[in-house]
Write a protein that binds this ligand. Structure first.
Ligand code: NAD
Length: 338
């Protein structure tokens, strides 16, 4: 690590989310955006121009030529392990977008690479900076709700996302992993032991995607949880809807994210409900929880303090999702193996 008090960073993956990472890193006073990299050269060049840094299309070349302390990896889920391998071997700390990987096997390989190369790894579970989820987690940890009995978590979005992704990634990995991670946090120290899932696909069949899935998860202390994911809301409706109910022996917590408090109506365009919590853009830059997450990574990497995201739980979220997929295949409840 350099002693300048400024973390020298690169972003790998210049798509939808990498652009946001690059913008935020470029805005932080204790970070420097040195380079961006994408195997799509045009995407890398365009983002480098916009954020005034160098462009690369090959990770190894970038690592060899630039003096970096850390790399933010925002490539598609399918390529997380491919991108992590060279960065970890070069000894650079990693901020890795969620999910840690597309399956448990790759997630464990990523953890092994981080340990073997003695680098620090933080998975970008952005709900750790959403006060509604973190406040609930801390209330549960203090015992305010008593012993947790049941949980219901839900996340829905329009099928615009399905059209964009066209089956490249499942709704579990793209959006559901947030709720799996939150569920595991709320249930701590209990561990999930069984999963049963059922899904429906009608509207999104042309886009190679399902519409909705209901997952029932049982924990080793008897907690039962349901996670419902849906990305079949009509385009032009609310961008996303999320909620959670946690019931304990002494209390309950409710999260309800629907109306963001802003609707914009124009004569010649559909009504707009901009997302204002996670990565809203104003003053020409990205703000919100994603900025808090990346600031946390930068600050704690420089100081050596622990990260707010548990890598072990990030792996457990993917393991639980793997069990849900197995249940969808077999039509039966599946035991979660460790
Ligand atoms: N925190 C959140 O809520 C949130 C929201 C959206 C996306 N994400 C995550 O961000 C990541 C990226 O998603 P996206 O929607 O931006 O995908 P995207 O398809 O828009 O962009 C991914 C980019 O990575 C590039 N890429 C793939 N493999 C590469 C490699 N080996 N080297 C260099 N470049 C490579 C592709 O060319 C593409 O430009 C995913 O892990 C996704 O889950 C997180």
């Amino acid at each position: 690590m350099n002693n300048s008090g400024v973390l020298r960073m690169a972003v790998v993956g210049c798509g939808y989310f990498g652009e946001k990472h690059a913008d935020i890193i470029g805005q932080l006073s204790n970070a420097e955006l040195v380079a961006v990299c994408d195997k799509n050269w045009e995407a890398a060049k365009r983002l480098a121009q916009r954020t005034s840094c160098k462009a690369y299309e090959d990770i190894e070349e970038m690592l060899a030529k630039e003096q970096l302390d850390a790399v933010s990896i925002a490539v598609s889920e399918t390529f997380h392990l491919d991108a992590v391998r060279p960065v970890a071997k070069a000894g650079k700390h990693i901020l890795l977008e969620k999910p840690i990987a597309r399956n448990t096997e790759e997630a464990l390989e990523i953890v092994r690479l981080a340990e073997e190369n003695q680098i620090r790894l933080m998975v970008g579970h952005v709900l750790k900076w959403d006060g509604r989820y973190q406040y609930t987690a801390e209330a549960i940890a203090r015992g305010d709700l008593g012993e947790v009995i049941s949980m219901y978590l839900k996340r829905s979005s329009t099928n615009g996302t399905v059209k964009r992704l066209h089956g490249k990634i499942s709704m579990f990995h793209y959006m559901g992993v947030h709720d799996f991670e939150a569920m595991l946090t709320f249930a701590e120290p209990a561990r999930p032991v069984k999963a049963y899932a059922q899904w429906v696909g009608k509207k999104n069949v042309p886009y190679n995607g399902k519409d909705t899935v209901f997952n029932t998860i049982t924990f080793d202390n008897g907690i039962v949880a349901c996670i419902q994911l849906c990305w079949a809301l009509p385009e032009g409706s609310l961008d996303f809807v999320a909620c959670a109910e946690v019931v304990g022996t002494k209390g309950a917590s409710y999260i309800d994210v629907k109306d963001q408090g802003l609707s914009i109506y124009r004569e010649e365009a559909p009504v707009e409900y901009p997302e204002l919590t996670y990565w809203p853009e104003y003053y020409g830059h990205v703000h919100g929880k994603l900025r808090e997450e990346i600031s946390h990574f930068v600050k704690n990497t420089l100081s050596g303090e622990p990260y707010a995201v548990s890598t072990e739980r990030a792996v457990e979220a993917v393991r639980t999702i793997d069990a849900c997929f197995e249940s969808l295949k077999t039509g039966m409840p599946v035991t979660i193996e460790r």
